[in-house]
Design a protein around this ligand. Structure first.
Ligand code: S3P
Length: 174
């Protein structure tokens, strides 16, 4: 029996919003990995990147993920956009019989619209000066990350769907 649902996918796809709604619909706990890291470290993801660099963040991200996996309760976890792409994370999640992994997908155009207004909060994209540079970046980045994202047990296209519909579709995944 699956007791833990892990949502992955690119920044801006709505992992946290869908995860929160899914957890509340099932009356189980919800964790947003970024928020867990921020609470544990007493600093924003942006500040951690700025002060210590990305590699340091990735190690912390992995450590907090391991702690989350070990909490023995039913839960939904929204991963960070890059979490699946470092260390042996996807294989470890997929080898864990209690965990179901779901890749939330959307088009580059949709993600650009979502991320452009929020780019300064997000260290991976804050340097991009035009919307078309952001589009180009996202396209390449997803191409690089897809080998990891596509290891998820399930894939779900979220574009044009309500949160309620996304929650129902995740609940219906076998
Ligand atoms: C990142 C995504 C972010 C956060 C960090 C790095 C990435 O999480 O972990 O800024 O590498 O894609 P969200 O996908 O929750 O925004």
């Amino acid at each position: 029996m699956t007791k833990q649902i892990f949502l992955l996918g690119y920044m801006g796809v709505g992992k946290s919003t869908a995860g929160k709604a899914l957890a509340s619909a099932n009356d189980i706990a919800f964790y947003d990995l970024d928020a867990v890291i921020e609470k544990g470290e007493g600093a924003s993801v942006r500040a951690i990147f700025k002060e210590y660099g990305e590699l340091y963040f990735r190690k912390k991200e992995y450590d907090y993920l391991q702690k989350l996996i070990q909490i023995p309760e039913q839960k939904v976890v929204a991963l960070g956009g890059g979490t699946p792409c470092y260390f042996n994370t996807m294989n470890e999640l997929n080898d864990n019989k209690l965990i179901k992994t779901v890749y939330l997908k959307a088009s580059v155009a949709f993600l650009t619209q979502r991320l452009w207004p929020e780019r300064y909060q997000r260290p991976m994209i804050s340097h991009l000066e035009t919307e078309s540079l952001l589009t180009e970046f996202i396209g390449k980045h997803i191409f690089d990350r897809n080998p990891f994202y596509l290891k998820a047990e399930h894939q779900l296209q979220v574009e044009g769907k309500s949160i309620r519909q996304i929650v129902t579709e995740i609940q219906n995944l076998t």
